[in-house]
Design a protein around this ligand. Structure first.
Ligand SMILES: O=C(CO)[C@@H](O)[C@H](O)COP(=O)(O)O
Length: 221
C-alpha cells in the first residue's frame, strides 16, 4: 500500500481551491501549518485550514509545525481533519495529546525532525495512527531528501511489525520519482510530495507517476 499525499505548501495560495481540485486523485491533502517559531516559515492557521476542509475533494492530513501543540492541535481535530500530526519536539505529553485527538474523531500522528531519535516512542506505537519521519529539516519545500533518515524509517517499520499495529509510516521532504522507492524500501507507506506534484507538469500525472514509482519498487511492506 502506498499513499500519495501532495503538500499544498507548493500550491498557489491564491488559487488554493483550483489546486485542491487538481490533486483529487491523491489519497490525502497534506496541510503544513507553520507558526514562524517552531520553524522559520509561516503558512496559515485554523481559519484557512477550515476553508480547505470545506472545499477539498479529499481528506486533510494536517502537519503541525508549531509550538504549543497541546493548546492548538485539538482545534484542527475539531474542524474535521482526517489526521492531525504534531511534532514530538513540541510537547512533553505526546500520548495524552494523541488520546485527545482520537477522542475528537481524528487520527493522531507524531512527527520527528531528522535529528530526533525515534526510540522513545516505539514502545507506545499503539497510541498513534501515523508516525512521520521527516526526510528534510521542516520549514520549506524544495529541499533535498536526507537518505540518512532511512535508518529511522527502518527502525519504525520493524517496531510496527513487531507490535502488530497498523501505524502508517509517513515520510516528508524531497520525495520524488527517484527517492520514493528508497523510502518505500526502508518501510514507508505514506509519501508527502510538494514540488514533485505541483512543480513541472500536470499535478494528476505527477501523482500517477509517483504511484507507479512506488509500486514498481519490489520491497512491498
Ligand atoms: O513539511 C514540509 C516542509 O517542512 C513538506 O511538506 C514540504 O512541503 C515538502 O516539500 P517537497 O520537499 O516535497 O518540495
Amino acid at each position: 500500500m502506498s499513499r500519495i499525499n501532495p503538500s499544498i505548501l507548493a500550491a498557489d495560495f491564491v488559487n488554493m481551491q483550483r489546486d485542491l481540485e487538481r490533486i483529487a486523485t491523491a489519497d490525502y491533502v497534506h496541510v503544513d501549518v507553520m507558526d514562524n517559531h517552531f520553524v522559520p516559515n509561516l503558512t496559515f492557521g485554523p481559519q484557512m485550514v477550515g476553508r480547505i476542509q470545506d472545499v477539498s475533494p479529499i481528506p486533510l492530513d494536517v502537519h503541525l509545525m508549531i509550538d504549543d501543540v497541546d493548546r492548538w492541535a485539538p482545534d484542527y481535530a475539531r474542524l474535521g481533519a482526517f489526521s492531525v500530526t504534531f511534532h514530538a519536539e513540541a510537547t512533553e505529553h505526546p500520548i495524552e495529546l494523541a488520546r485527545t485527538l482520537r477522542s475528537l474523531g481524528s487520527r493522531a500522528g507524531i512527527a520527528v525532525k531528522p535529528g530526533t531519535p525515534v526510540e522513545p516512542y516505539l514502545d507506545y506505537l499503539a497510541e498513534f495512527d501515523q508516525f512521520l519521519v521527516m526526510t528534510v529539516e521542516p520549514g520549506f519545500g524544495g529541499q533535498s531528501f536526507m537518505s540518512e533518515t532511512m535508518a529511522k524509517v527502518e527502525r519504525v517499520r520493524s517496531a510496527v511489525r513487531d507490535a502488530e499495529t497498523d501505524v502508517w509510516l509517513q515520510v516528508d521532504g524531497g520525495i520524488d520519482r527517484s527517492t520514493i522507492g528508497i523510502a518505500k524500501a526502508a518501510g514507508a507507506d505514506t509519501f508527502v510530495a510538494g514540488s514533485a506534484v505541483f512543480g513541472a507538469g500536470e499535478a494528476s500525472e505527477n501523482i500517477a507517476a509517483l504511484r507507479a514509482a512506488a509500486h514498481d519498487h519490489r520491497h512491498d511492506v
